[in-house]
Design a protein around this ligand. Structure first.
Ligand SMILES: [Zn+2]
Length: 236
């Protein structure tokens, strides 16, 4: 195993930024693989540039919108459940403040503070902003910075689109005799880069991640190209 990440210890800010960056790299990776598979498959069946452009563009739009919608739904759900948890916390703080103080003390104690220091810290945190303290220590969330579902949706839309542009342009810009080579080479190179980046961002060793990512992309293009060629040979 590689050494564990230290993100948690740096608090939310760095961890959150790394998560965003990692999500962007993975979104771009998705855009590259799915669009490359699509255009290479169509290239197996036809030389028609208009058909390649149409397939690639449709794949880009369908993929980026489906990613955005999925992200919107999942972040909205997460936000709803965080808001519900905060509402419960708020009510408990109002209805049984002593029990909540005891709870916060115990949680701080479990994090390694002595009973006395934990008690003191709990009292001070409660005086300053009880809800924020409980949200952070008990639920691990910052009530002032819940993830915005629209931001998340836009980010994955853009990441996927950026990735999908590569195989699309590599397929439609070069002359017909070069388009397949240019696409395969540039896609595999890009996948080596995204595999390396996501491994580094996750503090994992990059070697195997690069290999897996490149192999996955090569497989996707190989399978769709075979399917396209078969359809072509069958005269469809
Ligand atoms: Zn609480």
């Amino acid at each position: 195993m590689s050494e564990p990440t230290h993100d948690e210890n740096h608090g939310g800010a760095l961890g959150a930024r790394l998560n965003w960056l990692r999500a962007a790299v993975l979104g771009a990776n998705d855009g590259i693989v799915s669009t490359a598979g699509l255009v290479v498959g169509v290239a197996g069946a036809t030389d028609d540039r208009a058909a390649l452009l149409t397939a690639g563009l449709a794949g880009l739009l369908a993929g980026s919108m489906s990613m955005a919608a999925g992200e919107y739904v999942s972040v909205s759900t997460q936000r709803d459940s965080e808001k519900a948890a905060l509402a419960v916390e708020k009510r408990e703080l109002r209805e049984r403040p002593q029990a909540e103080l005891a709870e916060l003390t115990e949680l701080l104690e479990r994090r390694g503070l002595s009973r006395q220091v934990a008690r003191e810290a709990a009292v001070q945190l409660t005086e300053r902003d009880a809800l924020k303290a409980h949200a952070s220590v008990e639920l691990g969330i910052d009530p002032d910075e819940l993830t915005n579902p629209w931001h998340a949706a836009w980010a994955s839309f853009l990441a996927f689109t950026a990735g999908a542009m590569l195989p699309l342009l590599a397929m439609v810009l070069p002359p017909a005799s070069w388009r397949l080579t240019v696409t395969v080479v540039s896609v595999l190179a890009a996948l080596a880069l995204t595999g390396w980046s996501s491994a580094r961002l996750g503090a994992a060793g990059p070697g195997r991640a690069v290999l897996r990512n490149v192999a996955g992309g090569a497989l996707a293009m190989g399978v769709t190209y075979a399917a396209g060629s078969l359809l072509n040979a069958a005269g469809v």
